[in-house]
Design a protein around this ligand. Structure first.
Ligand code: SF4
Length: 145
């Protein structure tokens, strides 16, 4: 019974986080010059929409990771928690997620495809995720502008 309550609490935390983040994110992409008005912003926004759609299909993120040969490990750089805007649950002091155990699927499965690593490079001016894909498929690269 306690496990069921704990699982429900995690789901509620996750849902509250997703709703709060989506509301803040929507306002930000409309208002910020780094949002819809910038080419890099549009690429990164599309990446967020793409990942959000992928995790809506059960098992698809894992299938894509296997197809592309996901390898490596999370280096806790925080880049995926700061794509376009800082996640309110990411602690800049510790570089850790405050709701790690209840983090949403879109965070849990990052990166899903090589394009996600391209998004990290774009948003960090060439920084790298601790993961890589071994099946050689390189994402299309874009210059920042
Ligand atoms: S970008 Fe990669 S290494 Fe950095 S926090 Fe996200 S998953 Fe971990």
């Amino acid at each position: 019974m306690n496990e069921v309550i704990a699982a429900l609490r995690r789901q509620a935390t996750c849902l509250a986080h997703i709703l709060g983040y989506t509301a803040r994110f929507t306002l930000w992409v409309i208002r910020s010059p780094d949002g819809l008005r910038s080419r890099t912003g549009r690429i990164l926004i599309w990446g967020k929409i793409r990942r959000s759609a992928i995790v809506c299909v059960p098992g698809l993120a894992a299938r894509l990771q296997r197809k592309h040969g996901l390898a490596g490990h999370c280096a806790q750089c925080g880049a995926s928690c700061n794509l376009l805007m800082r996640c309110p649950q990411w602690d800049p002091g510790t570089h850790l997620c405050r709701i790690y155990e209840s983090r949403p699927p879109v965070c849990r499965h990052f990166p899903m495809t090589p394009a996600d690593l391209r998004d990290v490079e774009l948003s960090t001016d060439g920084g790298h995720c601790g993961h890589h894909f071994e099946n050689g498929e390189k994402p299309i690269r874009f210059d920042r502008s």
